[in-house]
Write a protein of this length. Structure first.
Length: 764
């Protein structure tokens, strides 16, 4: 039908290849819509001879091969090749599209495009409004020439492997409405020129490695409805002018960064906001009462910060709220009764705070599955429920109250006076005893201290059945405390060992100054005397049912009789978790904290195989100026560490540094990929694990890679090339002999995150 102008057969179940001569048999075709079928094969070359073609939609098929040149289609306005299996080749098709001066839409997302995006994208038509590249494997920097496309209103480049910074030329795209660079490997600061995009409705930069502060210029984007900056390394305070963008009606997600300071009162301006997430930051102070003015808010996520005070009474106005998570803060007071009156509330998490008193009844509190309150040790309930104690009965009779008060005055007052006198004597004695250890401080002022007897009961008198590990300065037991529903891990220090007392102090000092999702969290501590009157010290942590990494690398069992084998995906995730933790300790703590004993047995795994760095008994703060701790922090005296993981410079009495932890991480990473420890019997003639792996690069990498993690993968060769070998290269660079040759943990975590993205795209 040579006169046919428009053909639409989309959304069917057609298969096979397009006729090779389709461009000749349909010479007048202007619109060819073949989307959402199951066509395969390459795009026929003859189709590029259909001179009048304006709209070509091949979306959601199975076309393969390289994207051809379109220079012969000057009338082309809309080209949709998304979600096929097409490749970029040398990216010459981008240059050819510069001849399509009427092009308004270019959809290339969801293909197999790889390599660097060429600078020739800057030569595309100024008429181009929609440009989609998402869900590919494009790497390298974003070309600054992208700023030439001044007509763009939609730009989606998310879910790729782009690196480097966002070019400042992005500020030239004055017509931009929807912009997303999410889920890449971008770094550096967000350019100030982003504020030039005053028509922006949606900006998504989440899951990258952006640093620095949010540019104040973003306040000029007064039409923003959605702003997502989550999962980066942004810091500083949250700019107040963000909360003056009254158009924010969708989501504002600033979670998983390092923002500090208080939550600005101006948050109450966002009266039409649907979702607010500021979780997993370092925000502090009281929750602003103005937040109650956000009456349209449905989802509120404020967990894992340092908020104090009580739940604002103004929250009673949040009549649309469906999900509220304020867990893992330092909030206190009674749980507000009005929460039971919020009829829209479907999920409430207030766990791991310091709430006390009776749990309200009615509303959401009648649904145990919808409310999480664990970790508040002083809550009680009038209705029997698992994990929460019953409240004491209330006495209502006035006479009984009066009599009780008189009884208290007669009996308790003498006891109180006696206690005060004894306390003064004990305080004087204690001051003398701890003189010279002035830096011993409570781990957390909100943590409940426990006694030696509590530890004895929890461990069933230190039963060997509860023993789960031992270290240089003591043993670790599992047990259950009376005020804690879940099992805990209890580290009991053997104070007869030289350095154990110092280790306890170091671990307390470290744990009270750090907070990160991949660092083990302390529950409580015990500094008491045992049954013989001797000193007794213990720390209590969350129990990790999946044990430590060493068990998994040695294929030990955890009691269920089966060998534990780590998949490659799990190894990547664990290495990324540990890298994030070290990056936090080195680059986001003030002063930096050096772990000094990183090894598999100090990496714990929870139910979801998320890794937590533990054991800060040898940790040292890195001070750059003189102070009272400098001697103990920089000195290597008493520093033991573990053979094979200690950097070589420590053996030459050099001062500790963050590069020492980098070396230990490198050895750990090589061990995870090879299954071979640094003192394994495979390493003959004093060869190090670094040398063992480095030598294999010159021969056959398959000889050193742990075979258990690739045995079920049909595309093992591609996985080796794109995932395993890059991981080994990181391990080798981290374990270089010279500290100057080792990378920073920020760089390391960025590289491993890139490998994780690649693994996900390969289905690992």
């Amino acid at each position: 039908m040579s006169s046919l102008i428009f053909l639409a057969i989309a959304n069917n179940s057609l298969v096979g290849q397009l006729p090779f001569n389709i461009g000749y048999t349909l010479p007048n075709i202007q619109g060819l819509i073949l989307s959402t079928n199951n066509f395969s094969g390459s795009i026929p070359a003859s189709l590029l001879k259909a001179y009048h073609l304006r709209k070509l939609y091949l979306y959601n098929n199975s076309f393969t091969g390289f994207i051809p040149s379109f220079s012969s289609l000057p009338n082309l306005k809309e080209l949709d090749l998304s979600y096929n299996k097409l490749k970029a080749g040398d990216w010459g098709f981008i240059s050819s599209l510069s001849n399509c001066s009427r092009l308004t839409m270019l959809m290339l997302d969801g293909n197999n495009l790889q390599g660097n995006l060429p600078s020739s994208i800057g030569n595309l038509s100024n008429s181009l409004q929609q440009f989609f590249l998402r869900n590919n494997k494009i790497s390298g920097p974003i070309p600054p020439e992208i700023g030439n496309l001044e007509g763009l209103s939609w730009l989606y480049m998310d879910y790729n492997l782009f690196t480097g910074k966002i070019p400042p030329t992005i500020g030239n795209l004055y017509s931009m409405v929807y912009l997303s660079f999410a889920q890449n490997l971008l770094s550096g600061e967000i350019p100030d020129t982003i504020g030039n995009l005053v028509q922006l409705s949606s900006l998504k930069l989440d899951w990258n490695n952006f640093t620095g502060k949010i540019p104040g210029s973003i306040g000029r984007c007064t039409q923003l409805q959605n702003l997502n900056l989550a999962h980066n390394s942004l810091d500083g305070s949250i700019p107040r002018n963000i909360f003056k963008i009254y158009s924010l009606t969708g989501e504002l997600d600033l979670s998983h960064n390092y923002f500090s300071g208080g939550m600005p009162e101006e948050v109450g301006n966002l009266i039409n906001l649907n979702k607010l997430s500021i979780s997993n930051n370092r925000l502090s102070g009281n929750i602003p009462s103005t937040l109650g003015q956000c009456v349209v808010l449905e989802n509120l996520e404020m967990q894992s910060n340092f908020f104090v005070g009580s739940i604002p009474q103004s929250f009673v106005k949040l009549v649309s709220i469906k999900s509220m998570d304020i867990s893992r803060n330092s909030l206190h007071g009674k749980i507000s009764e009005f929460l039971a009156t919020l009829s829209s509330l479907e999920k409430l998490n207030i766990s791991f705070n310091n709430f006390y008193g009776e749990v309200p009844r009615g509303g959401i509190f009648d649904n145990a599955d919808a409310v999480s309150i664990q970790g508040n040790d002083h809550l009680c309930t009038s209705v029997p429920t698992g994990g929460v104690s019953l409240c004491s009965p209330q006495v209502d009779d006035k006479k009984q109250k009066h009599n009780s008060l008189v009884l208290v005055l007669k009996i308790v007052m003498p006891i109180v006076v006696t206690i005060i006198i004894l306390s003064c004597i004990a305080k004087i004695y204690w001051r003398k005893r701890v003189q010279g250890n002035t830096h011993l401080q409570i781990v957390n002022e909100h943590i409940k201290n426990i006694s030696y007897e509590d530890i004895v009961r929890a461990t069933n008198k230190f039963s060997s059945a509860n023993l789960i590990g031992s270290g240089s300065f003591g043993t670790v037991y599992k047990g259950t405390l009376q005020f804690k529903k879940d099992q805990v891990a209890i580290k009991v220090f053997n104070l007869d060992i030289y350095g154990a007392q110092r280790s306890f102090i170091a671990e307390c000092e470290a744990l009270r100054n750090v907070r990160h999702r991949n660092l083990v969290k302390i529950i409580t501590s015990c500094s008491s005397v045992d049954s013989t009157g001797g000193d007794f010290k213990a720390l209590v942590f969350q129990y990790m049912p999946n044990g430590d990494l060493e068990m998994w690398l040695k294929n030990k069992t955890l009691g269920h009789g089966e060998r534990n084998i780590l998949t490659l995906s799990q190894r990547i995730n664990i290495s990324l978790d540990v890298a994030f933790a070290l990056d936090y300790l080195h680059n986001h703590c003030a002063p930096p904290l050096i772990h000094c004993d990183l090894k598999p047995s100090n990496i714990l795994l929870d139910n979801d195989m998320v890794a937590y760095v533990t054991d800060f008994g040898l940790a040292r703060f890195l001070f750059t100026t003189s102070n009272e701790y400098q001697d103990s922090s920089a000195s290597l005296a008493c520093l033991k560490g573990s053979i094979g993981y200690i950097p070589p410079e420590y053996g030459m009495s050099e001062e500790i540094s963050t590069k020492g932890d980098v070396y230990s991480f490198g050895v750990l990473l090589l061990q995870m990929i090879t299954g071979c420890g640094p003192i394994d019997e495979k390493l003959n003639d004093g060869i190090s694990l670094h040398e063992f792996v480095d030598e294999a690069f010159k021969k056959n990498m398959h000889e050193v890679v742990d075979p258990t993690m690739l045995q079920d993968d049909s595309n093992a060769a591609d996985i080796m090339k794109n995932c395993v070998i890059p991981l080994l290269r990181i391990g080798l660079s981290c374990s270089m002999t010279s500290p100057k040759e080792r990378p920073d943990m920020g760089q390391v975590s960025t590289e491993i995150l890139r490998i994780k993205h690649m693994a996900l795209q390969m289905g690992v």
